[in-house]
Design a protein around this ligand. Sequence first.
Ligand SMILES: *[C@@H]1O[C@H](CO)[C@@H](O)[C@H](O)[C@H]1NC(C)=O
Ligand SMILES: *[C@@H]1O[C@H](CO)[C@@H](O)[C@H](O)[C@H]1NC(C)=O
Ligand SMILES: *[C@@H]1O[C@H](CO)[C@@H](O)[C@H](O)[C@H]1NC(C)=O
Ligand SMILES: *[C@@H]1O[C@H](CO)[C@@H](O)[C@H](O)[C@H]1NC(C)=O
Ligand SMILES: *[C@@H]1O[C@H](CO)[C@@H](O)[C@H](O)[C@H]1NC(C)=O
Ligand SMILES: *[C@@H]1O[C@H](CO)[C@@H](O)[C@H](O)[C@H]1NC(C)=O
Ligand SMILES: *[C@@H]1O[C@H](CO)[C@@H](O)[C@H](O)[C@H]1NC(C)=O
Ligand SMILES: *[C@@H]1O[C@H](CO)[C@@H](O)[C@H](O)[C@H]1NC(C)=O
Ligand SMILES: *[C@@H]1O[C@H](CO)[C@@H](O)[C@H](O)[C@H]1NC(C)=O
Ligand SMILES: *[C@@H]1O[C@H](CO)[C@@H](O)[C@H](O)[C@H]1NC(C)=O
Ligand SMILES: *[C@@H]1O[C@H](CO)[C@@H](O)[C@H](O)[C@H]1NC(C)=O
Length: 536
Amino acid sequence: MQEKMISLQLVAFLLLIPLINANHTCSPPPCQCFSETTMICSDDHMKALPEHIPSQIKTLIVVASGISKLVSRLNSTLTKLVLLNNQVHTISPSTFEGMVGLEELEISGSPLMSLETGTFDKQENLTKLFLNNNKLRTLFPGIFDSLEKLEVLQLKGNVLSSINGPLFSKLYNLQQLDLSFNYLSSIDAEQLSGLNRLKVLHLDLNQISSLPADSFNANPQLKTLSLRGNKIIWLPRGIFAQLNNLEELNLRDNKIEELTTGLFPTCLKRLNLKENALDRLNSTTFDGLQCLTHLDLSQNKISQLSSDLFQNLTSLQHLDMSENHLVEIPSTFFKSLSLIKVIHLQKNKLRSIEDDLFSEQEMMSQLYLSENSLQSVPYGFFDPLDYQGLVQLQGNPWHCDCTLQYLYEWLNYSGNSLENLSQISCASPEPLKGRSLISLDKEQLVCGNNRSSSTTSTISLETIEMTSNTTTTTRKECTLQEANGAISIQCKLTTCPHMKLEVHFHSPDGRNVSYSMEKMWPQNYQCFNTTVTLTL
Ligand SMILES: *[C@@H]1O[C@H](CO)[C@@H](O)[C@H](O)[C@H]1NC(C)=O
Ligand SMILES: *[C@@H]1O[C@H](CO)[C@@H](O)[C@H](O)[C@H]1NC(C)=O
Ligand SMILES: *[C@@H]1O[C@H](CO)[C@@H](O)[C@H](O)[C@H]1NC(C)=O
Ligand SMILES: *[C@@H]1O[C@H](CO)[C@@H](O)[C@H](O)[C@H]1NC(C)=O
Ligand SMILES: *[C@@H]1O[C@H](CO)[C@@H](O)[C@H](O)[C@H]1NC(C)=O
Ligand SMILES: *[C@@H]1O[C@H](CO)[C@@H](O)[C@H](O)[C@H]1NC(C)=O
Ligand SMILES: *[C@@H]1O[C@H](CO)[C@@H](O)[C@H](O)[C@H]1NC(C)=O
Ligand SMILES: *[C@@H]1O[C@H](CO)[C@@H](O)[C@H](O)[C@H]1NC(C)=O
Ligand SMILES: *[C@@H]1O[C@H](CO)[C@@H](O)[C@H](O)[C@H]1NC(C)=O
Ligand SMILES: *[C@@H]1O[C@H](CO)[C@@H](O)[C@H](O)[C@H]1NC(C)=O
Ligand SMILES: *[C@@H]1O[C@H](CO)[C@@H](O)[C@H](O)[C@H]1NC(C)=O
């Protein structure tokens, strides 16, 4: 991924060069002046940096060259040097001695395995250092000690497996540190000591499995912390306790099974717990997170929710609980979430939803309930929601009887806002199985089989066949009703005049019963949209 991005950048550079007025007089090929102050070199025959860089040039970019060693001192007034996708494997400590004005340095995408102590000793004005996608194995203590003005340090995509001692302890001004895509197995307070201005720390895609409780005690200014894609099972109590400024915490794709109470700092705005192993959440887990606006709990194993779990999340706007094992949601569960806009509940096992579940969610504009086990929607359920919003309901086994008339009408009026409307289809009763709900007529949504008033066991409908010998085909639209022991079949016809209906039942005692009915209308009889009833 990282390498792909770099090669895309490379393509962009190569395309841009001929488009811009290249000034060939400013330096000999393979370098070209990109603007008055920027020089770009890209040639795989190039073996060293240009010896003379005109003094007006402040930025030098070397892309995909054949440079493998940086050994000689180069005097220049460059403020920015970018070496992208080269073959550099050796850098002598004197290389940058004559570039004391450097403010930004990038050496990325090279097979560089180590850096000698002293390499950056003269770069007192450096504010950004990018050493991404190299092959750095270890970093010697002291290597960054002269970089007191450094604000951004990226070491992504190397092969660092440990950090020895307080490597960053002199980086008093560091605000962003990115150590993602390495092999770090742990991180602790000593390694991050001195970084008391650090605002952004990325440790994504490492091998971190445990974190001591004091890991981030020295970094009280942290605003963003990402530990995505590690192997964390458990977070000790108090680990984030000093992070009173933390706004974004990304713990996605770990192995977290449980969350202790009071774990998260109170200013947190975004919390990502996607792809973990959470099954139960103590009702006090999110207490005190009154600033939280985004919470992602998707792809966990949550099966039960206590009704007061979110009672203090009064600022929450975006909630994702998709791909869990939820079977039901307490009716007061979302009560405090009066600012919520988006709720993802798709791919759970919800069997039913309470009619007043969203009675106070007036701001809600997106609701995802697709791929659950819902058979019906309570009367009035969608009434509090914004009709302009987006609702997804497909992939549920809808039982298309009279209880679904509310949903049917709601879909008929607000259908435009439903994504994949035609995929909302009936799983039962048998005659309507597979039919899209909105393609039905409202009259087909009937409750004939009233189990509570009828004790006679029902016989099951096998097939209904309807044939007509007129030139146009007859639409097959039939529903079965059973009430007080009497069975009737209603079919809606769009063409006439001759109709033959055959019904095959399979009774519980193993018998097969067939009924048939034939009806003739006079020639030229206009019987469009006629309903015929066969009573057995
Ligand atoms: C090219 O660069 C040289 C040296 O910087 C400058 O003297 C000259 O005017 C530039 N030519 C054009 C066409 O920009
Ligand atoms: C670079 O500058 C140093 C000190 O100013 C000087 O000793 C050295 O000769 C210079 N090197 C080149 C290649 O100009
Ligand atoms: C470092 O930056 C300061 C302030 O911008 C400037 O005065 C100084 O000349 C710079 N040092 C070097 C060696 O360029
Ligand atoms: C939830 O956490 C609190 C505080 O840690 C504890 O007292 C309580 O017993 C826990 N409740 C459950 C159901 O585990
Ligand atoms: C959570 O909300 C309840 C009721 O609004 C309140 O009494 C309680 O103090 C809050 N808890 C925290 C930790 O803020
Ligand atoms: C469907 O909506 C239209 C208006 O958009 C309305 O005229 C019609 O009666 C509705 N049908 C049902 C079954 O509610
Ligand atoms: C909605 O339907 C379109 C077209 O059939 C399909 O490509 C898309 O994946 C569907 N979306 C969902 C969420 O099922
Ligand atoms: C089903 O039975 C219940 C209770 O006997 C009754 O109130 C209800 O009206 C019946 N529904 C239908 C559709 O017959
Ligand atoms: C349709 O079939 C019926 C009975 O089989 C027959 O009496 C009638 O003439 C047929 N009509 C046409 C248009 O073929
Ligand atoms: C009833 O019909 C089914 C197929 O529809 C068949 O497998 C079964 O043998 C029949 N039973 C009897 C008693 O004829
Ligand atoms: C029959 O009903 C369908 C939809 O239910 C409608 O589109 C059609 O216009 C109706 N035909 C007549 C002749 O009323």
